[in-house]
Design a protein around this ligand. Structure first.
Ligand SMILES: *Cc1c(COP(=O)(O)O)cnc(C)c1O
Length: 373
């Protein structure tokens, strides 16, 4: 693996590390920033951020890898990468219509950690930790160890359920971040799934290539390759997240035969304009990642400062479709509040009912969205 040591890095990020240490995922995790005082060695916190940092941990812990912090411009208080990972006071406010479980997953949990909502595929939540916590996290209720609620997981019960349901052919591993599990643990989970004859297709949803590219070693890639067909969906929101180390990590996955798609969230102040979105998708394609979904920001409790209107999202898609490479245009979707699942957002599919917005999911059921725009 080539070694990156951004020599221009601030000493508070390097923390005395050698080149080898900086490029070691365990070093990055052990030296992650989890306290306001540590951040202050690198950037000046605003009054808003300082206040939020005092109590945000009861909802969602603070954690940022030195790698990701190194991509943030400390001189820019509204740096789009900073806004995603450093809490602001609005995060502590619960707005009307917001939910702790915006996608209604708990109701579709058929075994602890296994969400079976769609006919032929299910979501397996197999880790409650991430390398860095995103402040708009849709599963903040159960990741990071911050809140009192814990991610339920009973792997034996989940596997038994999958075995007993031959209609399942596709299992999506998510969390938290599955790539924070050890290679041994991941191999064990993937092996148990691969042994089930009706499971054709495996997927992993992860932000590790962005937050902790050092974790994407040849050894990990070779192990994942054994479980083909296995696709990876990479969560990425801004072209600047795709630095040379992330590009190399993604390239290593592709070179090992692992197809990559992306998932992005439309976020106010981060990527809510056409030029930023276009740059993101172009950069993803150059990293050999096919844009898959652009999510409308879920109405999770404490996320109002991140949410755009649906119209803004539709305008962005209109600015891309036909104007640039078709591969660079993701599907703009909403995870319908109350368990409706993912529904495509297009000018035709967004319904206006009683002055509010509603969408129709693949079963034809109508779900209301808690906002007029
Ligand atoms: C997103 C999701 C899936 C996968 O959906 P695709 O549209 O096939 O990518 C499966 N199960 C649940 C519960 C999900 O939220």
């Amino acid at each position: 693996m080539s070694l990156y040591f951004p020599t221009s890095l601030h000493p508070s990020l390097i923390q005395g590390a050698s080149l080898e240490q900086w490029n070691d995922a365990n070093w990055q995790l052990r030296h992650s920033f989890t306290q306001a005082a540590q951040l202050e060695g690198y950037l000046q916190l605003s009054a808003d951020e300082s206040a939020a940092l005092q109590s945000c941990g009861e909802k969602l812990s603070l954690r940022i890898t030195p790698h990701f912090l190194s991509l943030i411009d400390p001189a820019d208080p509204s740096d789009p990468l900073r806004l995603q990972v450093i809490p602001r006071e609005a995060e502590l406010r619960h707005e009307e219509g917001e939910l702790l479980d915006p996608c209604g997953e708990d109701a579709d949990m058929k075994a602890p950690g296994l969400v079976h909502r769609y006919p032929d595929r299910a979501l397996l939540l197999c880790s409650d930790r991430c390398a860095t916590y995103c402040r708009y996290c849709t599963r903040s209720r159960m990741v990071s160890g911050g809140s009192k609620c814990r991610m339920p997981l009973n792997m034996d019960a989940a596997i038994d359920y999958i075995k007993a349901h031959p209609e399942l052919r596709d299992i999506l591993l998510s969390g938290g971040d599955p790539l924070l599990l050890s290679n041994e643990k991941l191999r064990e989970i993937l092996s148990r799934l691969r042994e089930i004859p009706h499971i054709e297709f495996l997927r992993i949803g992860t932000r590790v290539p962005i937050m902790l590219p050092q974790r994407i070693t040849d050894e990990l890639c070779a192990m994942l390759r054994e479980f083909a067909p296995l696709f990876i969906s990479v969560h990425c929101n801004h072209a600047r997240e795709l630095c040379s180390a992330a590009e190399e990590a993604l390239g290593r996955l592709v070179d090992h035969g692992i197809p990559l798609g992306s998932q992005s969230v439309l976020l106010r102040g981060v990527n809510d304009d056409a030029a930023t979105q276009r740059a993101l998708y172009h950069r993803l394609l150059c990293c050999r990642v096919r844009p898959y979904y652009l999510y409308h920001c879920d109405p999770v409790s404490g996320s109002s400062h991140f949410r755009t209107s649906i119209k803004e999202g539709l305008d962005i898609i209109d600015s891309l479709r036909g104007h640039t490479t078709g591969y660079a245009v993701p599907d703009y979707v909403m995870d319908a509040p109350g368990g409706g699942g993912k529904v495509p957002l297009t000018r035709e599919s967004v319904l206006r009912i009683n002055g509010g917005i509603a969408v129709r999911n693949y079963r034809g059921d109508i779900y209301h969205y808690p906002s007029a725009e």
